[in-house]
Design a protein around this ligand. Structure first.
Ligand code: AMP
Length: 397
């Protein structure tokens, strides 16, 4: 497989699939630059080599329509500033005007094309649309990990129009693959996975996969209450998936069978309604009163989990341990984030991502204190579950 770093892009037209799907406010201002920042090293390397960079991406869900609010035009200014070049822009991603602009590019110049998802053919993985994109360039670089689990025209289908030496991943995907490999294959022990978030049903494949890999599995967040109910506990009106009670029991048995230490939170911060102004209390998770719900892990759970994390040498964290979006239910997720930071300082390798845990760690401003934060939500989950991602397979296979 062609390595990105050793390829010389000098004089080549390079089509680069990025994930520039940044959030915009009603004034079309970028409210979080994370994805643009992540894309910069790859583009910089190409233009430093004297390549001609043609950048493609989706933005939001325009559903095949040309909606102004989803125009990539809104990011031109910021991208130009960060790359320190004037980024050229064409209001389309295929067609004559685009080909002309691509052909006129000089070495070291950058052209950004309009939102790929203005065309329904993008999500449909239409080969003729993919070929029109491919015809713009000599080389294809995929660096959009966040969409690698989709078999879209620009993420998977396009690569069939390039020879093996002229298609490759950029730095973002290379780093993601390295981080995942470090956690799943080349890990130091003990290996602890921390799983939170709302529902077991979203995470079941990952939980099953992790039971074959980890020494410790910590389960918190909304999904823990299905386990407590399955164990015969009173969970009040906490989030429960009634149809997953049996599954929860199976997971508990499987953990025993596979010799994995499974940790559930012994207590919770409970509230009498789902809101920041609710009345609060602390209770054991087997004894939550009627009408009350657990919205964050409690003090005993924090102590238990911190102890496990402190002894871990590899840590994977997916999903918040409480409703961290509300200040009253942030403490559990924050304490666990801090414990992961501390373990990382002491030499552990920590990978955060998939779901809201990356957002959580940004909220607490700890994003620079862990080993790696994945740029992929669904893509990371599917990868960890052992699924083949079309955007990865298209280049590796
Ligand atoms: P996920 O996308 O599956 O990682 O789920 C994240 C969501 O789970 C966040 O929006 C949290 O607010 C929510 N969540 C975490 N803990 C709880 C809880 N105890 N009760 C209800 N929702 C929760």
């Amino acid at each position: 497989m062609q390595q990105f770093d050793t390829y010389s892009f000098s004089g080549k037209k390079v089509i680069v699939r990025l994930d520039l799907n940044v959030p915009l406010n009603s004034e079309y201002e970028i409210t979080d630059q994370t994805r643009i920042n992540a894309a910069l090293p790859t583009v910089k390397k190409i233009i430093k080599d004297g390549g001609k960079a043609i950048l493609i991406s989706h933005l939001g869900r325009p559903g095949g329509e040309r909606l102004q609010k989803y125009s990539l035009r809104h990011i031109v200014k910021s991208l130009s500033k960060k790359l320190n070049v004037t980024v050229q822009f064409v209001g389309d991603c295929i067609g004559e005007e685009v080909s002309e602009a691509a052909n006129k590019l000089k070495e070291g110049e950058v052209l950004l094309l309009e939102n790929l998802r203005y065309y329904p053919q993008e999500k449909a993985g239409d080969p003729s649309f993919a070929k029109k994109l491919a015809d713009l360039a000599d080389v294809y670089v995929n660096d959009a990990f966040g969409t690698a689990h989709r078999a879209h025209a620009s993420t998977a289908v396009i690569s069939s129009f390039f020879g093996p030496k002229d298609k490759m991943f950029g730095y973002v995907i290379e780093n993601e693959l390295e981080a995942i490999q470090k956690v799943l294959e080349n890990n130091d022990r003990p290996f602890t996975a921390i799983m939170g978030g709302a529902k077991i049903s979203d995470k079941i494949l990952l939980i099953e996969k992790m039971l074959d890999k980890v020494d410790n599995l910590i389960i918190g967040g909304g999904m823990s209450f299905t386990f407590f109910k399955a164990l015969g506990g009173n969970v009040g009106s906490s989030l429960v998936e009634e149809d997953k009670l049996n599954l929860a029991k199976i997971i508990l048995d499987l953990a025993k069978e596979k010799d994995v230490n499974l940790f559930l939170p012994p207590d919770s911060i409970i509230a009498d309604s789902f809101g920041n102004d609710a009345q609060l209390d602390v209770k054991d998770n087997m004894e939550i009163p009627e009408q009350w719900m657990g919205l964050d892990i409690g003090p005993k759970a924090i102590e238990d989990f911190k102890e496990v994390i402190a002894k871990s040498k590899t840590i994977l964290w997916n999903g918040p341990l409480g409703v961290f979006e509300m200040a009253n239910f942030q403490n559990g997720t924050k304490s666990i984030a801090e414990a992961i930071v501390e373990a990382t300082k002491n030499g552990a390798y920590s990978l955060i991502g998939g779901g809201d845990s990356a957002a959580a760690i940004n909220t607490f401003n700890l994003q620079n204190d862990v080993s790696y934060i994945s740029t992929g939500g669904g893509a990371l989950l599917e990868f960890l579950e052992g699924k083949k991602l079309p955007g990865i397979a298209a280049i590796v296979d």
